[in-house]
Write a new protein. Structure first.
Length: 237
């Protein structure tokens, strides 16, 4: 099975591809480049849900007529954690990919897009796959929030947790990747390595290098699970 992995920036893409052996082939796409190693195609699609959705859609369309089309899409990279629930340098696999700021502000507070009567604000990755990847990598499983604006205050972090109890992390691309994957009828997963705490921005406390190393380690351990997974595992419960 072919797996498409979508990151935001090249440094995340390179952290993922380091986990896979073999020679690397590069495939040009509109505005981007796939780095192919074996069954894994890794793409730096850009920051934010719109860029991620567009890049994922182009990649899925390019693979639609291949002899072995994509069977899984993974949104991957580093992200912020709602500490102390999630520790810096740790791994998170999403059991829910949530659009945390897609909706409307009202006099009574924020309303998600679903409360407005249209769209969706959550995708659920295959539960059996989430369990297997979490077991293989030691990751915590829980909701990962997609935001278009990175949280920069304790007040905003608290509001997000109040609206989404149990959320483990936030990032900027997961929901966009999931939206494109869903429209192509391909299952989706999100894996994040924690580089910083959600809240006031303290760059001196960020652990980007550690998070990137954790991302490489995670995909090295998860590769057999991702490549060998099939959707019947979830259909069978």
């Amino acid at each position: 099975m072919r797996v498409l992995v979508v990151t935001a920036v090249p440094v995340e893409r390179d952290a993922v591809t380091r986990a896979f052996g073999g020679a690397e082939e590069r495939v040009a796409l509109p505005g981007a480049e796939l780095h192919r190693r074996g069954a894994f195609d890794v793409l730096a699609g850009g920051a934010g849900p719109a860029a991620a959705a567009a890049a994922t859609a182009f990649a899925l369309a390019s693979g639609a007529s291949a002899s072995a089309p994509y069977g899984l899409v993974v949104s991957a990279g580093i992200g912020g954690a709602f500490t102390p629930v999630t520790l810096l340098g740790s791994l998170v696999v999403a059991d829910g990919i949530v659009a945390a700021d897609l909706g409307a502000e009202t006099a009574d507070g924020f309303l998600p897009v679903t409360a407005l009567g249209f769209g969706r604000d959550r995708f659920t990755p295959p539960p059996a796959l989430v369990r297997k990847v979490a077991a293989a990598t030691g990751a915590a499983a829980g909701p990962v929030l997609t935001v278009s604006t990175v949280t920069g205050s304790a007040e905003r972090a608290g509001a997000l947790l109040a609206a989404h109890p149990g959320a483990l992390a936030e990032a900027m691309e997961g929901f966009g990747v999931a939206e494109a994957a869903a429209r192509a009828d391909v299952p989706v997963l999100e894996v994040r390595a924690v580089s910083n705490a959600v809240g006031p921005r303290d760059r001196d406390a960020w652990r980007i290098g550690d998070a990137l190393a954790a991302l490489t380690d995670a995909f090295g351990k998860a590769a057999p699970v991702l490549q060998g997974w099939n959707s019947h595992e979830d259909l069978e419960g």
